[in-house]
Design a protein around this ligand. Structure first.
Ligand code: E4P
Length: 218
């Protein structure tokens, strides 16, 4: 299972990268705005900084909602760096753009997916990644994990190569449950990765080991 971090915060990205388990980054316009990154030039410069920190895929989302605009923006984003994956919303023009990029060998991440039907369309359009938003479904009392399981089944039935990128991850149990279902990738905040380390018995055990070592080596 690949681990992506879902942020535009360079410190969090660097911390996750330093752990040695990071496979990529996802961003979206809200995450860029949260870091105060505004204006085309600054946004482009920020994507380049992210690519300099991580070795894996970096999803960069288009703002256009029409085919021509998405193609123009997506081509410019893809030209920025070989690690860039063009992120497209699951609307009709997004699917058309996905097919266009897929035919040209440009990698895509189809985002804002909330149903198995949307995920099926993304796969048929040749998406590299499909991003079902697990947490946002849970937020409205709908079983987000069930959606991941449905997509897994559909993709396996037909051998689609589109990777399931479980997005809108909120906590460590989401990560573990997605791994059990067979999600190819998860993207979440730094805490959803570092939280996997935590166990009180590890802390107690380590303290005891160090204490016993000290006793025998004074
Ligand atoms: C997906 O790529 C999105 O950036 C993200 O996972 C959305 O998460 P949120 O629901 O926490 O905003």
């Amino acid at each position: 299972m690949k681990f992506f971090i879902d942020t535009a915060n360079l410190n969090d990205i660097a911390e996750a990268q330093a752990l040695g388990v990071l496979d990529g980054v996802t961003t979206n316009p809200s995450l860029m705005a949260k870091e105060g990154i505004t204006g085309a030039d600054n946004i482009i410069a920020h994507y380049k900084k992210i690519c300099d920190i991580v070795e894996g895929d970096v999803s960069a989302e288009v703002i256009s909602t029409d085919f021509d605009g998405m193609v123009r923006e997506g081509e410019a984003l893809a030209a920025l760096h070989p690690q860039i994956v063009v992120k497209l919303p699951i609307i009709a023009d997004g699917i058309k753009a996905c097919k266009y990029f897929s035919d040209k060998g440009i990698r895509t991440n189809v985002t804002l997916v909330f149903s198995a039907g949307q995920a099926l369309l993304a796969a048929k359009a040749g998406a590299t990644y499909v991003s079902p938003f697990l947490g946002r479904l849970d937020d409205v009392s709908t079983d987000g994990l069930n959606l991941i399981a449905e997509i897994r089944q559909i993709y396996d039935n037909y051998g689609f190569e589109t990777q399931i990128l479980a997005a809108s991850i909120r906590h460590t149990m989401h990560v573990i449950d997605c791994a059990k279902i067979g999600s190819d990738v998860m993207t979440g905040p730094l805490s959803s990765i570092t939280g996997l380390l935590k166990h009180p018995l590890t802390d107690i055990g380590l303290a005891k080991f160090l204490e016993d070592y000290k006793k025998g080596n004074q």
